[in-house]
Structures are given as structure tokens and as C-alpha cells.
Design a protein around this ligand. Sequence first.
Ligand code: SF4
Length: 215
Amino acid sequence: MWTPDEVISFATDCITHGVKAVSLGGGEPFEYDGVFDIIDALRPRAYISVTSNGLPLFNHDVWQQLMLHAPDKIHITIHNPDNATEVNRVKAQVKQLASTIIKPGVNLLISSRKIEACKQAYQLLRDIVHPDQIILVPQRFLCTPSANDLASITSGAPFQSPSCLLGCTRPTNFCSISWDKRVNSCSFAGGKEPLEELTYSGMMNALQRVHFTHC
Ligand code: SF4
């Protein structure tokens, strides 16, 4: 439901009012016409990251465009840590990105049913990236891992994960805006509210109306 011009003017207004970083997600952002226009317009003003499944980066035209209109960071998500093909593919793509000006990162989706596979995938990723480039993302709604499950993946070493790992706390320095122009302080929480206007103040007003509920 967002046109590129709407994204650019909305995000620019947010940046003017102090927002420091914008992360483009999806769906798959690299399948969205206009993603490179958005990156070009916003990158001089804020830190721009993109979360992708990585597959569109195999498309030669997408890769060429990416080299011309680079975000600061790309996070590639591993949805199936027990799938060796997917893990090795993402590992190769992270290495490829590391040879460019774009900083690579990985979102590793953790299911309580796949802890051993997640551990092996994490170790493979650690061969090529620093722990601060890997985010352990607990699966939500089903098979959600415990804090101890996550700690076991890194054998007790420090790791990155959402700050609500030990209990649901409404974020105060982040918000998530969805495809249907609704906002909440967390993408998983219930109680999203529509943006009545596509501005920073429209976003803040909507956030005040949110009745935040645990995912
Ligand atoms: S709703 Fe709460 S527990 Fe669920 S992801 Fe958001 S902050 Fe974390």
C-alpha cells in the first residue's frame, strides 16, 4: 500500500524529527519496485538497513542496482537453520556482501524444535562474521525458544537478540510500520493502530493510541 514517494516523504519527516535509522523489511524488499529510489533518498540522512531472504541478490540486475544504490547494511534471514542448502547459500552471500561497501548481517530464526541445527548454523556463520553481525531471532507464536535455549546456541557466549528475551517490554526507541500503514512499538505485538497522516506526528499520535498486547 506504500508508494516509494510516500515512503520517502514519511521517512524523511521522521528523520528530520530525530529518527536515526530506518530498516526496510517485507515481504521481500528487493522485489519492491522503487526500493533503490528509497535507499538513494534516505541514505544520506540516516542509517539504512534492509532485511532480505537473499534470493533476489542472485538476479544480476538486482545486484548491479545494489552496487549503485547501496544501503549501509543488509541482514539476510535464515528461516530454516536445519536446511544445509539455505545455510550455505546465505553464508556465501554474506561473504560476497563483505567484499562490497555494504555491511552484511544475518538474522537466524530460532525454533525450540531446532536448537541443535541452530547451533551448527551459528558456528558456521561465526567462521565468517563477528557475533555482533548475527541476531538470534526467537520464532514467535509457535515453538518459541527460551532464553536458555538461545544461550545454548552460542555455548554461553554473548549474543544479540531482541531485548524482550526475559519478558515482554514495550520498546521505547523503535517502532514497526506495516504494509497496511499501521504502527506499533513491536512488529509482533497486538494492537497496531493506523497512521492517520504519513508524518512523524501522525506516527507518534498513532503510537499513543496503541493498546500494546503481548505476542
Ligand atoms: S510483543 Fe513483547 S514479547 Fe512479543 S516480540 Fe514484542 S516485545 Fe517481545
